[in-house]
Ligand binder design. Structure first.
Ligand code: UDP
Length: 236
C-alpha cells in the first residue's frame, strides 16, 4: 500500500551523474528509473522536476563573467537535456513518461500546460518537468515547490546524495546528527540548508511538506512511499 497518491520528486542533475564528474551516467539513470517504476507500479502518480547542475549552472557561468540571465537560460536548457535522457531511459524500461518544458522548444517536447500535466498523471504517466520555472534567477528546487503545489502533490520528495538534513555538515563535523523531522520555523531559525530560500518559502506558505532523502540508498524511494520515515521530513 502506498502512503501517497501523488508526489513531486525533485532529482538534481548531480543525481544522474553517479560517480562521474560530469553529465549523465547510464547505470545510475537506469537504477533510478527502476526505482521510479517500482513506485509507479504501486499506483503512485509521479511528477519529476529535474535539475541541470551536472551539465551547467547559471551561477557558475555568472561567476566566470557571463551575463547571469544568459547563463541561467543555458542552465535551463541543461535540464531539458536531462529530462530527455530520463524520458528515454523510462521508455526503454517500459515506463510511459512525458516531458513538459517551461521554455518552449516545440519540436522536442510539449510545453508546460497544467491541465495536460494533470491528465497525464491521472492516466498513470510520469510527467517530467523541464526548464525549471522558465525564469532566470530561480532554481529547479523552486520549480519543484511550484509544480508540486500546482499539481496538488502531497509531498515534495527531494532526492539528494545525503540521507537527510543534519545539524552540521556530516562530511566536516563528526558530531553532526540527522533530524528525523524538523519544522519550517526550526529549519529557518537554525539556518538548516534544505532548499534555497524561495523554494522553502513557497513550501512553507502553501503547507507543502518536504522529505529530504538519499537517492544513493537503494530502495529508499519505495520505502518512503510505503510510509517509512527515513531521511528528514520538513513539516509545518
Ligand atoms: N535555472 C533557472 N531557472 C529555473 C531553474 C533553473 O535559471 O527556474 C537554471 C539555473 O542557472 C540553474 C540551472 O538552471 O543553475 C540548473 O538548475 P539547478 O542548479 O537547480 O539544478 P540542480 O542543482 O538541481 O542539478
Amino acid at each position: 500500500m502506498a502512503a501517497y497518491k501523488r508526489v513531486l520528486l525533485k532529482l538534481s542533475g548531480e543525481a544522474l551523474m553517479g560517480d562521474d564528474a560530469f553529465g549523465i551516467n547510464p547505470k545510475t539513470i537506469e537504477r533510478m528509473v527502476a526505482e521510479i517504476k517500482e513506485i509507479a507500479d504501486m499506483g503512485v502518480q509521479i511528477a519529476i522536476v529535474i535539475g541541470g547542475g551536472n551539465i551547467f549552472r547559471g551561477m557558475t557561468g555568472g561567476a566566470a563573467g557571463m551575463d547571469r540571465a544568459t547563463a541561467d537560460y543555458m542552465g535551463m536548457m541543461a535540464t531539458i537535456m536531462n529530462a530527455l535522457a530520463l524520458q528515454d531511459a523510462m521508455k526503454q524500461a517500459g515506463v510511459e513518461a512525458r516531458v513538459q518544458s517551461a521554455l518552449r522548444i516545440d519540436q522536442v517536447v510539449e510545453p508546460y500546460i497544467r491541465p495536460r500535466a494533470m491528465r497525464h498523471l491521472e492516466e498513470g504517466k510520469i510527467v517530467i518537468f523541464a526548464a525549471g520555472t522558465g525564469n532566470p534567477f530561480f532554481t529547479t528546487d523552486t520549480a519543484a515547490a511550484l509544480r508540486g503545489v500546482e499539481i496538488g502533490a502531497e509531498v515534495v520528495l527531494k532526492a539528494t546524495k545525503v540521507d537527510g538534513i543534519y545539524s552540521a555538515d556530516p562530511k566536516k563535523d563528526v558530531n553532526a546528527t540527522r533530524y528525523t523531522t524538523v519544522s519550517f520555523d526550526e529549519a529557518i531559525s537554525k539556518d538548516l540548508k534544505v532548499m534555497d530560500a524561495t523554494a522553502f518559502a513557497l513550501c512553507r506558505d502553501q503547507k507543502m511538506p518536504i522529505r529530504v532523502f538519499s537517492i544513493v540508498k537503494e530502495g529508499a524511494l519505495k520505502r518512503i512511499v510505503q510510509g517509512s520515515d527515513e531521511g528528514t521530513l520538513v513539516h509545518l
